[in-house]
Design a protein around this ligand. Structure first.
Ligand SMILES: [Zn+2]
Length: 233
């Protein structure tokens, strides 16, 4: 990839160029330290002051930021992509939203062993889009990956996930969920979808009532799905 193209891609991902270079000891984290060791191109670290006469010991912070964003964006995204906003309810609905510093420090537990003054953390945050950039887990209303059956019959989990997603964003709302239909936890949004009148969310298909006495239906439906799934359908 040419430099101009690489730069364009960098900015289109919401990253900012921060300058400076950093050594593996400052980063601490195993994966990030390895990135530095594998691609070191600079002779000094702007954060701890370490210098080398001959062998490169550091990489541009921009490279670290770019790599971090690649990893992060597999699991996290901008809440505007997927989360309902309601100013009366105090903002993003029903999910944990992190700013960049919270994401790095609290959620991802990034430890920067030599960063006593916080300069490196600030620089990484700035590179990743600044303090105002927000992140949520991808598909925050879905099932957290660790809760999905890991023994997953692939088709079975798809069926379960699909069939527990009852909600659509109303077609008049200029916003799409990453997946249609999607799941909502019981709460304000789900309430809006089943309430009277037009709302941001709507149900994708009618709910099946589960009451005492009709558990036979329920069992039959699920046994049929299990049966289909075990045959790979
Ligand atoms: Zn350093």
């Amino acid at each position: 990839m040419g430099f101009a193209k690489a730069k364009e891609r960098f900015f289109s991902r919401g990253l900012s160029s921060v300058g400076g270079s950093v050594c593996s000891e400052c980063l601490g984290d195993h994966g990030l330290a390895r990135l530095v060791e594998d691609s070191a191109s600079e002779l000094d670290c702007d954060f701890c002051g370490q210098e080398s006469e001959t062998d490169p010991i550091a990489v541009p912070v921009d490279d670290v930021v770019s790599y971090m964003e690649e990893c992060i964006s597999r699991e996290y995204e901008d809440p505007a992509n997927s989360v309902g906003w309601c100013s009366e309810e105090g903002g993003w609905l029903g999910v944990t939203v992190f700013d960049t510093e919270e994401l790095l420090s609290d959620e991802l537990g990034l430890e920067l062993p030599k960063d006593d003054g916080g300069k490196l953390l600030d620089t990484l945050c700035e590179g990743l889009g600044g303090v105002t950039r927000q992140w949520v887990r991808i598909d925050p209303y879905g099932i957290p990956p660790e809760d999905v059956y890991t023994w997953s019959w692939d088709r079975f989990s798809r069926l379960v996930k699909h069939d527990r997603r009852f909600f659509l964003i109303h077609p008049m709302i200029p916003r799409r969920a990453p997946q249609d239909p999607f799941a909502l936890p019981p709460g304000v949004n789900a309430g809006k979808a089943v309430g009277v009148g037009m709302a941001e969310f709507q149900v994708a298909w009618p709910f099946t009532e589960l009451g005492p006495g009709n558990d036979e239906d329920f069992l039959e439906r699920w046994l049929a799905w299990f049966g289909q799934a075990s045959r790979g359908q």
